[in-house]
Ligand binder design. Structure first.
Ligand SMILES: [Zn+2]
Length: 201
């Protein structure tokens, strides 16, 4: 069995070419395909986009914590990590009704291999979820077909346990969803949430 987890960081983008509407389009495409995915929610984004944030939970997707301020975890003190992650946890719960625990994704992936950060996260009930497939959907030059092709090809090349890093805001990503789901499904893969995988990157 080839299980593939598409994961989306739901956050304030740092690029000029994007649309907040893409998060809603991605949810529409996933609902049409009947697929549940994992969304790592930055709580400041959820405060700015509460309707979309609530939709993520209401439509059955798995919610993880993507911090409050999207700071690099390795730059924060021990208390800073605990304060940021705890604040995000409470805000995400208030807005979406979902408990993000135990799923966390380090902003920029920074800290995923840092023993101090991982131990701090563990101490407050979280495990970091990194990724092993990176179609670079944040690059402005990437088209929907680039993202769809790379996601499908690399996830299948990785095989069971593929965790794909995507984002809710690029035009290319919202335009790629239908083709990604179709391509993976035709190849016999099953789309799952990260809590359904045996091992995580
Ligand atoms: Zn992020």
């Amino acid at each position: 069995m080839t299980r593939v987890a598409l994961t989306f960081d739901a956050e304030h983008p740092d690029r000029s070419a994007w649309s907040q509407a893409n998060a809603g389009r991605i949810l529409d495409e996933l609902a049409a395909a009947g697929v549940r995915c994992t969304f790592f929610v930055q709580s400041r984004w959820a405060e700015a986009e509460p309707v979309i944030a609530r939709r993520i939970a209401a439509e059955g997707h798995l919610i993880g914590n993507h911090s409050a301020f999207h700071a690099r975890m390795t730059l924060l003190s021990d208390d800073g990590v605990r304060a940021d992650v705890g604040h995000a946890e409470r805000t995400i719960a208030t807005i979406t009704g979902a408990d993000a625990k135990p799923w966390f994704r380090c902003p920029f992936g920074d800290g995923y291999d840092d023993a101090r950060v991982l131990s701090l996260l563990d101490g407050i009930g979280y495990r970091n979820v990194h990724w092993n497939v990176e179609p670079a959907d944040w690059e402005p030059s990437r088209t929907a077909s680039d993202v769809a092709h790379d996601t499908t090809a690399r996830a299948l090349e990785h095989g069971d346990g593929a965790v794909v890093l995507l984002h809710t805001w690029p035009d290319a990503t919202s335009g790629a969803i239908a083709s990604i789901v179709d391509g993976l499904t035709r190849a016999g893969a099953t789309l799952v949430t990260v809590d359904e995988l045996d091992a995580l990157p």
